[in-house]
Design a protein around this ligand. Structure first.
Ligand code: AHM
Ligand code: MG
Length: 339
């Protein structure tokens, strides 16, 4: 072995098969001979946004951008400064891509129309939660960005009608977790790929080409403080899980909790309560993208006992939906209790 080879073998992240997100996107594009590249440019805008947001979060305390804005979003939730800044980063990065027709965000009341031309070019709608779990920022906890990409249908009339498509219509979905490392997980309907940001070179590198969720896992993840308000079936499941030695794990940021569930197995839930019959999480930019990821990884995602999240017909942009997702065996067990 030459000296260069032996040094290469000691490089972090292994020296072989270093695939960047960019290279992966281009390889995917080549598999679709009619692809125009539009879609690839959108994914690259999301990656650029993610790198920018990751850098901002790392320096947040130092640059005094933590804490509340003193304003509320359309859903009556207090906006953190970084919610607003991250939203702006995504709007700017996506706004520069000619393939994006409409963007819609958790932080904005209405969708933003970027382009109305009907020049025949295929365009997309991008929906996102710019900084999910942002109340974790003050304590340096994990937060994330969630995104969903749909085809734009100009013939639908209003922008809202164009984006109100069921989750089954998503052409891609994913999330970025800003944790101890920055992780990007994405699906374009062909399995789930996982990338980790190498901060030394500023690239997302492929670490797992085919993420599969374990079929079972003895962990449940939910806000147990809400337990008295859950319908009886959900409470009965919890009693069963505790009697059977399950562990509870809850970060309180959906991206972090779903990421752990995806890699280690178990079940993540945000059930309905008496006060919030549809739970808390939003269908279009939280539940749908996570459901697509989990199903593509071999898991299940339901809005209660009977209906797949991806089949829920949306009525409004910011509508909420109960969430039950994770390992096949665990999700089915909860559904039996809840039915
Ligand atoms: P956000 O989008 O305003 O940050 O709210 C969504 C977050 C999710 O990340 C998390 O799963 C949930 O709210 C936690 O809610 P709760 O504090 O009620 O457990
Ligand atoms: Mg959120």
């Amino acid at each position: 072995m030459s000296q260069a080879e032996s040094i290469a073998d000691r490089l972090p992240g292994a020296s072989q098969n270093v695939t960047s997100l960019q290279a992966h996107i281009l390889a995917e594009e080549r598999r679709h001979p009619h692809a125009s590249g539009t879609f690839s440019w959108i994914l690259s805008a999301l990656a650029l946004s993610a790198k920018t947001i990751a850098a901002l979060i790392r320096r947040a305390r130092l640059e005094d951008v933590l804490g509340s804005m003193g304003s509320e979003n359309v859903q009556g939730e207090e906006q953190q400064k970084l919610d607003v800044i991250s939203n702006e980063v995504l709007l700017r990065c996506l706004g520069q891509r000619s393939g994006v027709a409409i963007v819609a965000s958790e932080e904005d009341d209405e969708p933003t129309i970027l382009r109305t031309e009907t020049d025949g070019e295929r365009r997309y709608c991008v929906l996102f939660d710019p900084l999910d779990g942002s109340s974790n920022l003050d304590v340096a906890g994990g937060v994330g960005t969630i995104f969903s990409i749909l085809r734009h249908h100009p013939e639908a009339g209003s922008p809202e009608t164009s984006i109100l498509q069921a989750g089954t219509e998503q052409v891609a979905a994913g999330y970025i977790l800003y944790g101890s490392s920055t992780v990007l997980v994405v699906t374009t309907g062909n399995g789930v790929q996982m990338f980790v940001l190498d901060p030394a070179i500023g690239s997302f590198l492929l670490v797992e080409e085919e993420v599969r969720i374990p079929a079972r896992g003895e962990t449940y993840s939910l806000n147990e403080g809400n337990r008295p308000g859950f319908p009886q079936g959900w409470q009965d499941y919890l009693a069963w899980a505790q009697a059977n030695g399950y562990s509870g794990r809850y970060v309180g940021a959906m991206v972090a909790d779903v990421h752990r569930t995806l890699l280690k197995g178990g079940v993540f839930m945000y059930p309905p309560t008496g006060k919030t019959p549809d739970g808390k999480l939003r269908l279009m930019y939280e539940a749908n993208p996570m459901a697509m990821i989990v199903e593509q990884a071999g898991g299940k995602a339901f809005a209660g006992a009977a209906e797949r999240i991806l089949e829920v017909k949306p009525q409004t942009l910011h509508q909420r939906v109960p969430v039950l997702l994770g390992s096949v065996e665990e999700v089915d067990r909860v559904r039996e209790f809840v039915a």
